[in-house]
Design a protein around this ligand. Structure first.
Ligand code: HEC
Length: 290
């Protein structure tokens, strides 16, 4: 029943246009009233506007910056059974090269013989360099409500931050990279689950909304760029930093699909598809999210 509502709610008009106009009219009528009142009224108008405002308020201080700093410390501190730092981790541009690396992931890694996204590669470095056990590293990749960010979240925030302003250039030269893209595209359009949803059911056309949230049309480069460029992001509604692996996991859940495993082939393929769609965009992560 809840679910029926859920699907029925895909794309209702968020607010009647007349209501928006009357709010605007009201604002004009009280022009001269104090700015905060006007701001509060405007914020009610749409969730997207409210986030835009919140973003402005935090212009110089996304809470994600603290998490980036925590990630930097984790990156540089000798840890694990081997007691080494991640300084020699190769994110695709050579050992220790962090700058712009996130903007060019996922990519094929000859040593791993497969395509890896940023988060899966960080896991690999923690296993191969620091000697951690993979099962331990990915046991709880996402922080729960009210918890501190996990090590993986912090490290990912740090790594992504090192690509701020970089052009997104997810490579498609290796055969495996092309195959990852093709599989990701297939998953994106594959309808399944109890409601026969695909990713495209929610993200394949313009002006879709679910509850109060705008659903980006990820089949268009502009929206794909905007989305890819801003993950990982600090999610205001959860008071937590979330990564693109989390975004895939949570959308799989919304699609009522089986649980998506962290770093699984399907997750890497989807991120590859989105990344290639976003090519040409400019990284601006960690971003700020609803
Ligand atoms: C039932 C609808 C639904 C389905 C199906 C769905 N999503 Fe989502 N998706 C959402 C919602 C809701 C959001 C969050 C919007 C918000 O928080 O403002 C979202 C957000 C996203 C974002 C972040 C966009 C941004 O600009 O930050 C990406 C990327 C994404 N989804 C990808 C996918 C992929 C890939 C799939 C298929 C595995 C998928 N979604 C399936 C509803 C869905």
């Amino acid at each position: 029943m809840l679910e029926a509502q859920h699907s029925a709610r895909v794309s209702p008009p968020r607010q009647a246009a007349w209501l928006r106009r009357s709010v605007l009219g009201g604002l004009l009528a009280i022009a001269g009233a104090s700015a905060p009142v006007a701001t509060a009224l405007a914020a009610d108008n749409s969730t997207a506007d409210a986030i835009a405002q919140y973003r402005e308020m935090l212009a110089d201080g996304n809470p994600a910056e603290l998490i980036e700093m925590r990630g930097e410390e984790l990156w540089k501190t000798p840890r694990g059974p081997n007691n080494v730092s991640l300084a020699q981790c190769d994110l695709g541009l050579g050992p220790g090269v962090l700058k712009d690396a996130y903007a060019q992931l996922p990519r094929y890694f000859p040593d791993a013989k497969r395509v890896l996204d940023a988060e899966s590669r960080i896991v690999e470095c923690m296993v191969n360099l620091q000697g951690f056990k993979r099962a331990d590293v990915i046991k709880q990749p996402f922080s729960r409500e009210g918890q501190d960010p996990t090590d993986l979240e912090s490290l990912t925030a740090y790594v992504a931050g090192q690509s701020r302003g970089a052009q997104i250039r997810v490579p498609q030269s290796h055969k495996e990279e092309k195959e990852a893209y093709a599989r990701g595209q297939k998953i994106f359009y594959y309808r399944a689950g109890p409601y026969d949803f695909s990713c495209a059911s929610c993200h394949g056309s313009d002006d879709k909304r679910i509850r109060l949230q705008d659903l980006p049309n990820l089949t268009k480069p502009a929206a794909a760029r905007q989305a890819f460029a801003t993950w990982p992001g600090y999610r205001v509604s959860q008071g937590a930093l979330r990564t693109i692996q989390w975004r895939m996991y949570d959308c799989f859940r919304q699609q009522r699909m089986p649980e998506l495993n962290y770093g699984s082939q399907a997750s890497v393929d989807l991120i590859t598809f989105l990344g290639v769609m976003a090519n040409g965009g400019k990284m601006d992560a960690p971003g700020l999210k609803r």
